[in-house]
Design a protein around this ligand. Structure first.
Ligand code: GLP
Length: 260
């Protein structure tokens, strides 16, 4: 795990965009793992800027979203398909048909989950997975207690997550109880994982998953087993890290040619 502490979410967005740009220029047909929530927004802003100003192109790229609410009507403003469309797809030149998300409206959710796993495999697997982290350590919608080997499936949200996400809805009652999410095993199959976190509200979760034990009680801690996981945090989210000085020193002496 490489931990990089940056001044703010702006620098996080720039560094994550650097890794994505390097990937897409080297492999135009790259498969990107797309995340929602507020944490990845500076990445999408920076990619959109590079698309507009520097000609960064995604015409051959593919995207797979991490998760989706179950029960929101098709086209609902807060369904993750819509969020990804608004924040990513519509702002780049990626083909809309190349951007996929788990289907939270399927009559047969189990079959839709299996089909989603197959679609990721058929596209060649995820090259770079963007992740945020929940205040309870969830990634995607893999709540504490999720199997570390889980695949795409339906999950029930914890009240803490519903409360955290209520800000996107008119009221807490409108936040669905069920979701479909890539599993921890699915996420672990991505070749490179870039997790971004900012703000004091994430400090405890960040400390737990980076420096605590690997445990289903803190799902993001499974990333300690990932051969290529990059963690980008701002100062506030890094506040509880006991080894912050080592992370800073390691990063400041990293040769530029290594990239992320
Ligand atoms: C949601 C998403 C996660 C996201 C998390 C944190 O629950 N399913 O993918 O990482 O929220 O969101 P935020 O970045 O807004 O704090």
């Amino acid at each position: 795990m490489e931990v990089i502490i940056l001044p703010s979410s702006k620098e996080i967005g720039v560094l994550a965009a650097d890794a994505i740009e390097e990937l897409v220029r080297r492999k135009p047909g790259a498969v990107l793992g797309l995340a929602t929530g507020s944490s990845p927004l500076p990445i999408y802003d920076e990619l959109a800027r590079r698309h507009d100003e520097d000609g960064l192109s995604f015409t051959q790229a593919h995207g797979f979203a991490l998760d989706e609410y179950v029960g929101l009507p098709l086209g609902h403003h807060e369904s993750y398909r819509e969020v990804i469309r608004r924040e990513f797809t519509n702002r780049m030149d990626i083909a809309a048909a190349n951007v996929h998300g788990p289907d939270g409206t399927a009559a047969d959710i189990l079959a839709a989950c299996d089909a989603y796993e197959e679609a990721i495999k058929a596209a060649g697997g995820v090259d770079l997975q963007i992740l945020g982290v929940g205040t309870n350590g969830h990634i995607g919608f893999n709540e504490p207690g999720s199997s570390l080997a889980s695949r795409t499936r339906i999950k029930t949200l914890q009240e803490q997550t519903r409360t955290d996400n209520a800000r996107f809805f008119d009221s807490l009652e409108d936040v669905p109880h069920h979701v479909v999410t890539q599993g921890l095993g699915t996420i672990m199959d991505a070749r490179h994982v870039v997790l971004v976190a900012s703000g004091a509200g994430k400090a405890q979760a960040v400390r737990d998953f980076i420096e605590g034990p690997v445990t289903a009680s803190c799902p993001a801690s499974v990333l300690q087993f990932h051969p290529h996981a990059t963690i980008l945090v701002d100062e506030a989210a890094a506040a509880e890290l006991t080894m912050a000085a080592q992370y800073r020193q390691t990063y400041s002496s990293k040769p530029a040619w290594q990239g992320l």
